[in-house]
Design a protein around this ligand. Structure first.
Ligand code: AMP
Ligand code: MN
Ligand code: MN
Ligand code: MN
Length: 293
């Protein structure tokens, strides 16, 4: 396949399967990515690498380029920040152990969310959320949201987050995720690149945002997600500027979770601006499958 300039590659380096809070299996995601014209794909389940062996095999079957991926939940300055790991050794045991420790708090947090929603007048949500989960320790706010939609309490996922799950709402209970430095180290020690995911979601002040990227780079983080549906055009420009200011590679991903809930399909993003260095340029030696360079 000819792909033209490297920054025009249809890379989708952010997606979720049933191993975390997505609704498609790793195999179905790979098939969908291929159908959607994706050339380089990464599955990035929250705090998990359990779907990567299956994702890799399916990606190679479909002729996709493939990178190992995960999305680590981090607490920085009292807020949750997501850090993507890309192109690491998917069999690395220290990374898997770090992720297992990170997700080990999810069940207890889910019990607290259940209790808090019960106090807000909605009992029984833990059992409801658990019905969507393969493995109890992967339970997330997304599973609570699906339950509240299916129970008819909310009209769609966005409605649930707005009314019940986002910051300051009953389903937002205090929780401590991994440390920024630990997450970056687990990823880089496994041979991968750490990338700040959808940074506009954090809503930090300029000072805290500067601290985040300074510390992230000091720990060895090397990328920032610029093209992701959560970003407006203005935010894309802002984080393109951050990429240049901090000397970071730029990433592109749909953050796809579900054919109905996710408005942006796999690979359906604008091209990366030519002046940015794509993460897949630095990660080229780590790509499996498709001989695309
Ligand atoms: P958790 O890791 O349990 O805090 O869940 C976070 C997940 O909730 C994210 O990865 C998204 O998949 C989902 N999420 C967050 N905000 C929204 C929103 N406004 N609408 C739909 N899903 C959301
Ligand atoms: Mn998610
Ligand atoms: Mn995220
Ligand atoms: Mn994500």
């Amino acid at each position: 396949m000819t792909i033209g300039p490297v920054h025009l590659l249809n890379a989708d380096l952010h997606s979720h399967s049933t191993v975390s809070d997505g609704t498609l299996s790793p195999e179905d995601l790979a098939a969908r990515a291929a159908r959607c014209g994706v050339q380089l794909w990464a599955l990035t389940d929250h705090d998990h690498v359990g779907g990567l062996a299956r994702a890799r095999e399916a990606a190679l079957d479909h002729g996709l380029g493939w990178l190992a991926g995960t999305e680590v939940s981090v607490t920085f300055a009292g807020e949750t920040v997501h850090v993507l790991g890309l192109g690491f050794d998917w069999r690395d045991e220290a990374l898997a152990a770090g992720l297992a420790a990170t997700r080990s708090g999810r069940l207890e947090r889910a019990r607290a969310i259940d209790a808090s929603l019960a106090r807000a007048g909605i009992p029984g949500t833990l059992d409801g959320a658990m019905a969507y989960v393969d493995e109890p320790e992967t339970v997330s706010r997304t599973h609570f949201a699906r339950h509240l939609v299916d129970r008819g309490i909310c009209s769609d996922m966005g409605d649930v987050f707005r009314r019940f799950l986002k910051e300051g709402k009953p389903g937002d209970v205090p929780h401590r995720w991994a440390r920024l430095g630990d997450a970056v180290r687990w990823i880089t020690a496994a041979g991968g690149m750490a990338v700040v995911a959808h940074p506009a979601r954090c809503r930090f002040s300029p000072t805290v945002e500067y601290a985040l990227f300074s510390e992230f780079a000091a720990h060895g983080g090397r990328g920032v997600e610029v093209l992701v549906p959560a970003h407006t055009e203005a935010e894309r420009l802002h984080f393109a500027g951050i990429a240049q200011e901090f000397g970071l590679y730029a990433s592109r991903g749909s953050d796809f979770h579900d054919p109905v809930d996710s408005r942006t399909d796999l690979g359906a993003l604008p091209d990366l601006p030519g002046h940015l260095r794509p993460v897949w340029e630095a990660l080229a030696p780590r790509i499996e499958g498709q001989e695309w360079m």
